[in-house]
Design a protein around this ligand. Structure first.
Ligand SMILES: CC(C)(COP(=O)(O)OP(=O)(O)OC[C@H]1O[C@@H](n2cnc3c(N)ncnc32)[C@H](O)[C@@H]1OP(=O)(O)O)[C@@H](O)C(=O)NCCC(=O)NCCS
Length: 184
């Protein structure tokens, strides 16, 4: 049950694949100034989010699936965000993690609950050795989430992005398969 393919059910959430009809709700989750503060101007447009949405849907339909970027829904059916693990480098068994929840639902542990379920799936059903996440150094909530998930800070890429008229540093967190199994 724990390792069956999606949809995944957790205590309060359903993680399922996106459907075409989800696009307005998917786009709406990012429509908040606090949510967008760590994103570039380029990532502000509907065209950009449409491109991402289409890419997520195409990855879910791939014959050899390596990307599980799921719609995060409440049990009522309401779509509140997206969370995913993505095998980026099969040869070296490196996967990335990313999560975004609509602003009204922050502070309730939904990102953590969704991520834990995906980490369990990723480390048991995908050949992931190292699962990493990158975020802006100032993104306190994303960093707290990574730390709550047992990811270790691996480094800071100082002044590695330029947008909104200034430099931004990135931080990288990761957890290894043995570390995840030992603690979970
Ligand atoms: C990053 C992001 C997903 C974090 O959301 P979040 O709600 O803070 O994350 P969590 O699910 O870990 O919730 C933690 C909070 O819920 C609280 N909480 C309540 N019930 C909880 C539970 N059952 N389990 C865990 N935490 C719980 C925690 O105490 C914590 O509260 P705090 O923020 O007051 O410290 C969110 O800020 C976001 O979507 N940002 C915009 C997109 C983004 O920047 N994504 C990261 C890009 S790399």
């Amino acid at each position: 049950m724990q390792n069956s393919p999606p949809p995944f059910h957790t205590e309060r959430l359903i993680l399922r694949d996106f459907k075409e009809a989800d696009f307005p709700a998917f786009f709406a989750t990012s429509n908040d100034p606090e949510y967008r503060q760590y994103y570039s101007e380029k990532e502000d447009s509907e065209e950009y989010w449409r491109f991402i949405f289409d890419r997520i849907r195409a990855s879910a339909a791939a014959p050899e699936r390596t990307v599980y970027q799921m719609a995060v829904c409440l049990k009522s059916g309401e779509l509140i965000g997206s969370c995913g693990v993505r095998m980026e480098d099969l040869e070296n068994r490196q996967a990335s993690f990313g999560c975004a929840i609509a602003r009204p639902y922050w502070g309730a542990g939904y990102a953590y609950e969704a991520a834990r379920r995906l980490f369990d799936f990723g480390f048991s059903e995908m050949p992931i050795h190292r699962l990493y996440a990158e975020t802006k150094a100032e993104n306190r909530r994303a960093r707290a989430l990574a730390e709550r998930l047992g990811m270790r800070l691996e480094g800071e890429l100082r002044d590695s992005r330029w947008f909104k008229g200034r430099w931004w540093s990135m931080v990288i967190y990761a957890v290894l398969e043995g570390e995840w199994r030992e603690k979970n």
